[in-house]
Each structure stands twice: as C-alpha cells, then as structure tokens.
Design a protein around this ligand. Structure first.
Ligand code: CA
Length: 496
C-alpha cells in the first residue's frame, strides 16, 4: 500500500512539476514564441492604448485576442540597456550593459553584452528550439557580441541605430551598406514570413526587434501619406501591416494557436505626445520614458481581451518564457524578475507589490518606486549620462515624491507632507546603489561588461575618457586601427 501511495505521489508531483505549460496539458509540443520589440514606441502610440492619428488594427487585434497590460516598465529609457534587461532577466546595471552603446564613440566601440551572460535565445536553445533574430541588436557591434554568439541561429537586420551604423546584415554578410529605410519594414516582414513558413511544425523562438518608430524613418510607397500623423504615422501603420502579415504566416502554417506573441517597446518616445498620459519622454526617468505598451497574445492559453493593471517589468520576460518552455532558471546568478504565468490563470505574482523598482539612467539611480509611491532622487550633473546633462529640469536638488495612484502624471510633489516615506525610499535607494552601483561607485552585485579588450576600463560617458591611462588609450586605439584600417581620426567607422 505504502508503495502504491508513493507511486501515486510521484506521479502527482511529476504532473505538477512537468516542464512547460504545454507539456503538462497534453499538447503535441512546446509553443513557439515571438517577442516583438519596437523602438521608441510610447505608451499612447497604438490604437488600443489611445492613439487617434494612426490606425493599428493588427496590433490592436493582438490585444483584443490576448492580454493587454497597463503598468509595464522597461528597465531603461534608452535602447541598449533596455534590450539587455529583456534578454538577460537582470537590471542592466547587474548584467553590465547599462550604457547606450555607440560604435563611433571611442569609449564604447569595444563594449557589448558580455558573452558570459545567458540570453533568452540560449534558454530556448537548451530546450531544442530554433532561434532567429530579425531587427536591431544594439548590444555591441564588434563580431564578439553578435547575436549569432548569443544563442541566435540566424540574424537578419541592423547591429545598431542607423545614424551610428547604417549597414544591414544577413548573418555575417553585409547586404546593404546603407539600409534602404523605405524598405525596412518589407525586408523584415519578408524574412519573418519566410522563417515562420520554413519552420512548419518545428518549435521556434523569433526575436523581432523592429527599428521603428526610432528615427530616421521613411515609409514604403504603399504607406506614404496613409496616416494623419505625417511620416511617423505612416511608418507606424506600415509596421502594423507587417505584423498582420506575420499573423497570416502563423495561420497558414497552422501554428497560430500554439504561438505565444509578446508585443512591447524598448523605451518611451522622443516626444511626450506619444507617451500620454505620462510625463516625460525617452532619455528620462519620468514614467513616459519607461512605461510602454505590453501585449501578450496566446489564443490557446489566454482569456480574450483581458486588461491587466499589475505592475510588471522587462526582467519578467526571462523567467516567464523559461517557465513557458520548461527551461530551468540558471542557478549561478541573480535574476530581477518573476514569471508572469500566474497572471494568465488569474493568480497573483510571486512578487509583492511592495518590492521596489529602480529607475536608473545609465549608472545614475534617479528614482525608486514602491507600491503607490515614487521618489525622484537628488542628482548632480556629473552623475548624469551625457544624453541627460543638458536637460536642466532634470537636475533635481531635493527629493521629489509622487503618489502614483492619485497622480500618475508626476505633477505634484508631496514630499513635504510625507517625510517618513521619503526617508524609507531614500534608504531603499542607498541599498540599491550598494548592490547595483552609482556613477563611479561599482556595486557588489554588478557583473562584468562585455569587452574585446580585457583590461580596458569601462567608461560609459565619452566626456570622462580623460580618466583613461594614456598607455591604455594607445592600446585601445591600436586595436581599433587594426580592426578598422580606414578609420578617420574624428569620423565614423568605414567598413570592416
Ligand atoms: Ca529605443
């Protein structure tokens, strides 16, 4: 009898612990996953989040057939660090990629996401998935940091922003020395469709990181003049069309129901009108910089048209998708997110609402949110990243407290009336800085930035390059000359 009970218990726990949602529920195989990451797309940039000048029926459909989140936070208000957090499940400061990587800056060109980091793509590989990236990478432009070295089987897109490096890649081959921007969406759409169709029944992870509506942009002929919001509106509508084409490919191959699609953005827009009702834009730590749309579409698993107000964040993607595919979380490092899977079943997250969220701008911790309170921290000009230094309204000399439930637009500073809360959040910030760092003060929990010159210092702001030892500077320069023999002293890189 005891043996039978034990056998029963073993079977019961096997069911409970069975890897992957699909496996436990008798589906033929693990689901496909498509992670769509747009660039500089703000909270109110698409129809179902309040846009009125553009029509985005295909993205809206993802929401009406899925779950739409209203309190999603990116880990940074600029491209590179935000992307690092999505792919590693760690704050950018923890995984070492907290600066805005620019291959034309002497302080940056040799940096990237450390190959020792475990990316989402590598999690998918561990479960036998095919992995594909289409779009903008922006986690290091040197070959050592290529998506092909971070778990992706194939890569089709741009290593960085168009202004920094206009080349378009197919794997390791440059197919356009200057990407034709009016064809960008069709290039991506064709590749996404081709990849989905060639996969057929083989499970895949597709990371689709469209560069738009990051500038510069140009609409294809079919969409020029199609919107009520100029070229930006046109390219938004074209991008939406591309997502519709992607859905067609999923439906034609019969895998739409078993494909989990996430749609979001890496940071807020450059103009506040696309971030409303929130304050601020890209580059800053007001809500408009961090709060963006987040839609989860998974017809066979999610109740249609649900709106979810739970506070969630970029670092949640890694544990969520790991759970979905039954990949165990690596145990040798710290993660900053929780799985969102309980929310799909109407259950609470494993994270308390009181767990703080940190708004870093590069190495500078600028704000902390805990529950309904958000404290903007005093900051000195020298702590600010270069993109922030000339925005004098951001030079906070005293802490400013906002009650987010009553004042989501961060307009009324209530610090004077709540000294106890200010003190509590200041003490949380102090601990965070000890672990995740502050400008020129490394934290105990920070992992190494990826670099192609092992002993070179990591300087996130070019203005501080003067701190680098002249011998080291000469060494870095020599390596760059070797890699880019045609490099002009002041100009941009010229080919490889
Ligand atoms: Ca961006």
């Amino acid at each position: 009898m005891k043996t039978l009970i034990n056998l029963f218990l073993a079977l019961a726990s096997a069911v409970v612990l069975s890897p992957g949602l699909a496996a436990g529920e008798g589906e033929r195989r693990n689901p496909n996953v498509i992670f769509i990451l747009t660039d500089d797309l703000g909270y109110s940039d698409i129809g179902c989040y309040g846009a009125t000048k553009v029509k985005t029926p295909n993205i809206d459909r993802l929401a009406s057939e899925g779950m739409r989140f209203t309190s999603f936070y990116t880990a940074a208000s600029i491209c590179s660090p935000s992307r690092a957090a999505f792919l590693t499940g760690a704050y950018p400061q923890r995984c070492g990629l907290y600066m805005g990587i620019n291959p034309n800056r002497k302080a940056h060109w040799f940096l990237g996401l450390n190959p020792e980091e475990i990316t989402l793509a590598e999690q998918f590989k561990s479960k036998g998935y095919d992995t594909c990236m289409v779009g903008k990478w922006h986690l290091g432009s040197e070959p050592e940091f290529s998506p092909l070295k971070q778990g992706f089987d194939s890569y089709h897109g741009m290593p960085c922003n168009f202004q920094h490096s206009p080349e378009f890649y197919d794997g390791e081959t440059i197919t356009f020395s200057k990407t034709p921007l009016d064809q960008l969406t069709t290039l991506y759409t064709d590749r996404v469709g081709k990849f989905i169709r060639q996969q057929g029944d083989k499970p895949f992870f597709l990371y689709y990181a469209h560069n738009y509506p990051h500038t510069p942009y140009k609409a294809g002929k079919a969409f020029a003049g199609s919107s009520k919001d100029g070229v930006r509106g046109d390219i938004m509508q074209e991008m939406d069309w591309g997502i519709g084409e992607m859905m067609k490919a999923l439906e034609e191959t019969g895998v739409a129901d078993n494909t989990l699609i996430i749609f979001t953005s890496d940071n807020g827009p450059t103009k506040n009108q696309y971030a409303l009702p929130y304050r601020g834009t890209k580059y800053v730590t007001f809500e408009g910089g961090h709060r963006v749309p987040f839609i989860l579409h998974w017809p066979s698993k999610v109740e249609l048209g649900k709106v979810n107000d739970e506070q969630i964040q970029a670092m949640d993607l890694f544990p969520t998708l790991s759970e979905v595919i039954g990949a165990s979380m690596p145990e040798d490092r710290v993660y900053d997110g929780v799985s969102l899977v309980p929310l799909l079943h109407g259950k609470p997250l494993a994270r308390s609402i009181d767990e703080p969220f940190y708004y870093y701008n590069c190495e500078n911790l600028q704000a902390v949110r805990k529950g309904e309170w958000k404290l903007h921290l005093p900051r000195k000009k020298e702590q600010l990243p270069f993109w922030d230094r000339n925005k004098s309204f951001l030079n906070v000399s005293e802490p400013a407290l906002y009650q987010m439930s009553a004042d989501p637009g961060e307009s009324v500073d209530v610090s004077a009336a709540n000294p106890g809360i200010v003190q509590e959040l200041e003490s949380i910030a102090k601990k965070a800085r000890m672990e995740l760092g502050e400008y020129l003060e490394p934290g105990t929990g920070q992992r190494a930035t990826g670099t192609v010159i092992a002993d070179a210092p990591v300087i996130s702001t070019e203005k501080d390059w003067g701190m680098v030892d002249p011998d080291m500077e000469a060494k870095i320069s020599r390596e760059r000359k070797k890699r880019y023999p045609n490099l002009k002293t002041k100009g941009k890189r010229k080919g490889k």
